[in-house]
Design a binder for this molecule. Sequence first.
Ligand SMILES: [Zn+2]
Length: 182
Amino acid sequence: MKAEADLEPVRQRLARDQERIADGTVADPRQLESLIAEVDHLQKRISDLEDSELEIMEKLETATARANELTGKADQSRAEVKRLTGERDAKVTAINSEAAERKTERSTLQPDLPADLITLYERIRGGHGGVGAAELRNRRCTGCQLEINAAELREFAAAPADEVLRCEECSRILVRTEHSGL
Ligand SMILES: [Zn+2]
């Protein structure tokens, strides 16, 4: 550490000066006086260096604690990302397998449906975000969410079960159920 390295020669010089004062080899009073003054000065210098060493150690401690805290947070974030990625992957897998199921279901049903109805359905589906048919529920087209007007509802109610009904607003095929409100 810088402060510690600075301290060592100062301490050595202080010890040397104190020794010279103590052993009585300095006979000249003026030289002795200047040595004593130097001892004072060196003691002050050592005290300052020790203070700054202490200050540096405190800063280091604070910085180490902060670094540990940040490392902990980074670990937490990584764990969270891992958890969310796992969840997302599981959802994607579930969606893919459901889509595959629906596709199988669809290809099983397709041969039983009239070809012209499938053609109509595919044509509407292409222009309507992939949804070619919608349930008529509570007198409302669930494709465009608009309510069917009374006159049309009367027509729908009178239409035979195998007639293909269309929404006047979005032109999707309307599927009648017991909840249609007819
Ligand atoms: Zn509609």
